[in-house]
Design a protein. Structure first.
Length: 479
């Protein structure tokens, strides 16, 4: 399948004529190609967005809302197709895309379609002498850079509020996972005016960098690695762009001795290994109170070892491949480092050898449990982004909080306890943008989402998204 850029309502290849291969991670085989775009293509998309921006900004909110709901309707009608493409591109189980990614994409459009019809900015009467009120106005052209692990989910999380607030968009999806963005372009091409939504494919160092550095793009929303986020901050700083950066995570998952053991095991496995551990929110640092360590880990090891590895299209597959060979090699290197440092690999740690012939070229890795890793190991600090969880005991809840906060990251954390007072205290003291208690990765679109420390800058969600994708202007009238 050959994918093309979507610029100004039309499809085109990169002006250089160059293409990148798109690889199926389950087989390791090429399944198509996409444009290897550069600054020329990005500038064309920015120009198309600017041509469309003024008229779109003046489109009544009720009409913008109607069109966003129509996009949601079309995604819903093609939900199975979106789920299949997401599984092909990322390697995640199709059931997971059908259960999480596609419904959330639909919800993103529906939520912000409704939000703009009810948002309020407020007004003030200053003792009868002045009347002051605020206007929320579009920023203009927004650069939206989305990652490969949740391609549809996170692209729509940015695009829906961006369009809802009357902005035009230039989207740069990951070059590793272009399929659902392409299908989305087919939908918006029939609904939105040309140039309101543009999609340019290519590598981060070329297409992405050009989008970040262009003076005609005053806002950048980026989800991806911390190193890239730092580069975006540095290159955009001279232009004082609005930035929202949702970056990496090395998230603590803390199981207290009074936790519901069954729920904590099930939730911790999901947190560690869903999407083959390739979620920035994954609970890859597992801390278990020493009183229950043996009983908890017995269940955790057994259930992890029983997870089905296989074809992403199969309904019983839980562990699909990693997105590419580089990601698998990074994970294998981390496992080798752990064993050199004296840690024990108690489950997994190898490339599976019993896969069907057609999957043996894929980028599979067994779900891996590493225990007794020294606290000085940098594996506690570095984001691996694979199906690997490191496990350690703690004596007191305060010890777990201390270890959770040693990370330079601060995206999320989970706490498992029946003690409500303890839950509130730990949630307050853990340094993270989100703390889940007795659950994981549940998020209402109304709540703020983002990280602290090296996990990012800014918040999106609900009113925070409206604030980010708009400029607030105060109007003051003398009476």
């Amino acid at each position: 399948m050959k994918i093309l850029n979507f610029i100004g309502g039309e499809y085109s290849g990169a002006r250089s004529g160059k293409f990148l291969n798109n690889t199926n991670p389950a087989t390791g085989e090429a399944m198509g190609e996409l444009p290897d775009s550069d600054a020329v293509d990005v500038v064309m998309a920015i120009q198309a967005a600017h041509r469309a921006a003024e008229k779109w900004a003046k489109t009544p909110s009720a009409e913008r809302s109607r069109l966003l709901n129509l996009i949601a309707d079309r995604i819903e009608q093609r939900a199975d197709e979106f789920a299949k493409l997401e599984a092909l591109d990322v390697g995640k189980p199709k059931w997971l895309a059908r259960e999480v990614d596609v419904p959330r994409a639909i919800l993103n459009f529906r939520f912000f379609a409704a939000k703009i019809l009810t948002e309020e900015t407020g007004g003030f009467d200053s003792d009868g002498a002045l009347v002051q009120y605020s206007l929320r106005q579009p920023v203009g052209v927004c650069g939206l850079i989305s990652p490969w692990n949740l391609p549809l989910y996170l692209l729509t999380w940015k695009l829906a509020p961006c369009l809802a607030m009357g902005n035009a968009a230039v989207c740069k999806p990951s070059e590793l996972t272009p399929l659902t963005a392409h299908l989305l372009s087919e939908i918006v091409s029939d609904i939105l005016p040309p140039g309101v939504c543009n999609i340019v494919y290519g590598r981060g160092e070329t297409a992405g960098a050009a989008l970040v550095q262009h003076p005609g793009v005053p806002l950048i929303s980026f989800t991806g690695g911390t190193d890239t986020g730092i580069k975006i901050t540095q290159s955009s700083a001279p232009q004082l762009k609005k930035l929202s950066l949702e970056l990496g995570g090395k998230n603590a998952n803390i199981v207290c001795k009074d936790a519901d053991l069954s729920a904590a095991v099930k939730g911790s496995i999901r947190a560690a290994f869903l999407n083959s551990g390739q979620i920035c929110l994954c609970g890859s640092r597992l801390y278990v109170q020493e009183d229950i360590y043996d009983s908890f880990m017995k269940e955790f090891r057994e259930q992890t070892a029983a997870l089905k590895i296989g074809d992403p299209m199969a309904d019983d597959t839980f562990i699909g491949p990693l997105v590419n060979g580089q990601q698998r090699e990074k994970s294998l290197a981390a496992i080798q480092q752990a064993t050199r440092e004296g840690a024990k690999v108690t489950v997994g740690g190898r490339v599976p050898e019993t896969l069907p012939q057609q999957l043996r070229g894929g980028f599979y890795l067994e779900p891996t449990v590493i225990e007794d890793l020294d606290h000085c190991s940098d594996l506690w600090a570095n984001e691996i982004f694979g199906p690997i969880v490191t496990v350690q005991t703690f004596k007191l809840p305060q010890d777990a909080i201390k270890w959770a906060n040693t990370s330079t990251y601060g995206l999320s954390a989970s706490v498992w306890t029946r003690d409500v007072s303890r839950a509130h205290k730990m949630a307050r003291e853990i340094q993270a943008g989100t703390v889940w208690v007795n659950t994981w990765a549940k998020r209402d679109p109304r709540v703020p989402f983002g990280g602290v420390k090296h996990s990012g800058i800014g918040r999106e969600g609900g009113d925070h998204s409206l604030d980010f994708y708009s400029e607030l202007k105060t109007v003051c009238l003398a009476t």
